[in-house]
Design a protein around this ligand. Structure first.
Ligand code: NAP
Length: 260
């Protein structure tokens, strides 16, 4: 299917690895010029080079910086001042008991998972509305639909979701849609992070075995492949997806047990 977005320009935040990377790859496969961001230069260059190799007609820009800071956001907006597509993504907040979080912990989580996407939207949405095309996708979490043990994530991401619910109904008149993707458990570096490594070590099994075990608790019998989220992201950015806005789409292999 041709999504009709060849030649469009996208900012894909936090995209050297994992879900952001998968979104960048899917968009580039559709002929979209992509500006990628990450704090670490090495993995960013590696992903950018892979995309260039697979899509020689597509321009791929790399911006090293922390997207949750004003300087990081300014740098990416300088590299791509008039994006047609914005994918909001950043590091998720750490796990833990809310009794242990300080005000600074809350401010950090709100900065990364609520205020940064809002700032990026603020900087780009009016231009999209004037040009009569815009697609904004926020990578949030299944915690928006059903709370997890990550108290900071439950709070910050739901705050963003409430904000989006309002503005997505006001931008669509100019063909600017705003939707969120809610990942359940996906096989990314984040999933394979220190908690999983420690648990695998403690139990004397490999990380792959532990990830497979996590997958067995999901109706699909497996964890998600980032490519699956990337493909849906590109679809929602398509020229013909202009009637879908303000939606929160769960990708969790059936883990959420509700009827609706
Ligand atoms: P990942 O595999 O660890 O990849 C994270 C990517 O974002 C890397 O490229 C990282 O590069 C970049 N990044 C992180 N913080 C950044 C920042 N402040 N500024 C710029 N780039 C940044 O993580 P993931 O699994 O794709 O997760 C992406 C988001 O989805 C997170 O918010 C996570 O909480 C959420 N999520 C993931 C899952 C899952 O199962 N994977 C489930 C629910 C929600 P650098 O480290 O070099 O900056």
């Amino acid at each position: 299917m041709d999504l009709g977005i060849k030649g469009r320009r996208a900012i894909v935040c936090a995209s050297s690895k994992g879900l952001g990377r998968a979104c960048a790859i899917s968009l580039a496969n559709e002929g979209v010029h992509v500006t990628l961001t990450a704090r670490g230069a090495e993995a960013l260059s590696q992903t950018a080079n892979e995309i260039r190799k697979a899509n020689p007609g597509v321009s791929v820009m790399e911006v090293v910086g922390d997207i949750t800071t004003p300087a990081g956001r300014d740098a990416v907006l300088k590299a791509c001042p008039e994006p047609d597509i914005l994918i909001n993504n950043a590091n998720g907040p750490p796990a833990g008991d809310f009794r242990n979080w300080t005000r600074a912990d809350w401010v950090n989580a709100l900065d990364a998972n609520m205020l940064t996407p809002i700032e990026m939207i603020k900087a780009t949405v009016d231009g999209m509305m004037t040009r009569k095309f815009g697609r904004i996708i926020n990578i949030t979490s299944s915690s928006v639909k059903a709370p997890t043990s990550r108290d900071l994530s439950n709070g910050a991401r739901t705050g963003l979701t409430g904000f989006i619910a309002g503005i997505a109904r006001r931008t669509v008149i100019n063909n600017v849609t705003i939707n969120s993707l809610l990942p359940g458990i996906f096989n990314t570096d984040r999933l394979r992070g220190s908690d999983v490594l420690m648990e695998a070590e403690k139990r004397g099994i490999s990380v792959d075995e532990l990830v497979a075990e996590h997958g067995k608790s999901i109706p699909a019998g497996r964890v998600g492949d980032p490519e699956e989220l990337g493909i849906l992201c590109a679809f929602l950015c398509g020229a013909n997806a202009g009637f879908i806005t303000g939606q929160n789409i769960l990708l969790d292999g059936g883990a959420f047990p509700g009827t609706l």
